[in-house]
Design a protein. Structure first.
Length: 388
């Protein structure tokens, strides 16, 4: 049975070209980048080339890129780094109720350390109102952190407007752009951000590598201590194969992004329209148009998302109910609850995220299989019986 992978928001397959480049630095060119002999300097040079490739993808300078182990570390580095570096100025942070757990749990940690955090609400589409950001600012506010696009429902946030507010007030501004880097055009200057998190495995690069963009002059403390790697921002021997693979993935994304976004938007809309037409009592989650080109998140009344995922898997289709980082939790999505869905509706959500090897034939197959699965589950659903 041919499998159909529709969970690209969780992770993407590594592009064969990326894997090929990485393999060279796992075997033939395996030197430690801190070593002064040729093996080490070969790896160091390739890392610096990757830094340029990642910087070019987001319109940054190469010396503003700090490589990390992934998006979670980048988020921790940004939020904790700014908070602890600016304690003498204030102790107030602003974020949203729909952030990835890497930001929310970091903020909760800081609350236990004496910081205050404002968690802004969102509307029914998952959009943050920039005026709410403005109202929440106090003379103690030292950081604003708002994700570029939500990892569950795909809504793209008004980052440029929020960036202007942050700049006017002289407040550091961070965005978690893990879901957008390499998928939609973005430029750190146009967005007005001081810090931006990204992850290699979300754009057909390897797992275990990411980066934090740090605008020159931004005040923060190092997240890792030890050696002098990454200009003393992040100690530890560099993951040379991962970083070099990330760089190559960034280069490919920059070249392919425009055409790929157009293709995926077509397939996304075909999937959304097909689901809503063929399955009654179904609702699209997230903004109808201002969303990621590959994201489809829907709620099916009277069924549970976990059951849908398991039944799709039996048909060879991989999907999810939301964030991969909380997939083991039985709690309803904090994102959907923040958007006003009931716990029952939130439990009935399904996320389908498309990728570069998704075809129209695959979309047709999902539209053929999914109505049968929902019909079968509703036939035995106590939720539907109670509704009647």
């Amino acid at each position: 049975m041919r499998r159909i992978y529709l969970d690209h928001a969780a992770t993407t397959p590594t592009d064969p070209e990326v894997a090929r480049v990485m393999s060279l630095y796992l075997t033939d060119r395996f030197g430690n980048p801190s070593s002064t002999y040729s093996y080490g300097q070969e790896a160091k040079k390739a890392i610096e080339e990757a830094r340029v490739q990642v910087a070019e993808l987001i319109g940054a300078r190469d010396d503003e890129i700090v490589f990390t182990s992934g998006g979670t570390e980048a988020d921790n580095f940004a939020v904790k780094g700014v908070a602890f570096a600016n304690e003498n100025k204030g102790n107030h942070l602003i974020t949203t109720s729909i952030e990835h757990h890497a930001v929310i749990e970091t903020c909760k940690f800081l609350e236990r350390k004496g910081f205050r955090v404002t968690y802004l609400p969102v509307d029914v589409y998952g959009l943050v109102d920039p005026s709410d950001v403005k109202k929440a600012i106090t003379n103690k506010t030292i950081l604003i952190s708002v994700m570029h696009a939500n990892n569950e429902v795909g809504t793209i946030e008004p980052i440029t407007e929020i960036g202007k507010i942050a700049k006017e007030r002289g407040i550091s501004f961070h965005t978690d752009a893990v879901q957008t880097v390499g998928h939609i055009p973005l430029n750190v200057d146009e967005l007005g951000v001081d810090l931006l998190s990204m992850s290699g495995h979300k754009l057909y690069g390897p797992k275990g590598v990411g980066a934090l963009y740090v605008r020159k002059g931004t005040k923060l403390v190092p997240f890792m201590h030890g050696g002098e790697q990454e200009r003393r921002w992040r100690a530890g021997t560099e993951n040379a194969p991962g970083i070099i693979g990330f760089g190559r993935a960034a280069e490919l994304a920059r070249r392919e992004m425009s055409n790929e976004a157009e293709r995926l938007t077509y397939l996304r809309d075909k999937l959304i329209e097909g689901i809503l037409e063929r399955i009654h009592h179904t609702h699209l989650n997230g903004h109808p148009s201002g969303r990621l080109p590959n994201n489809v998140d829907v709620t099916f009344d009277f069924v549970e998302g976990e059951s849908i995922v398991l039944n799709l898997d039996l048909e060879g289709i991989c999907a999810s109910t939301g964030s991969a980082c909380s997939s083991s939790s039985l709690e309803p999505s904090h994102v959907l609850l923040a958007m006003g869905l009931s716990p029952e509706q939130a439990h009935g959500s399904l996320r389908l995220t498309l990728g570069k090897w998704t075809t129209e034939e695959m979309i047709e197959q999902v539209l053929d299989v999914l109505p049968r699965i929902i019909g079968k589950l509703r036939a035995i659903s106590p939720l539907l019986r109670n509704h009647r």
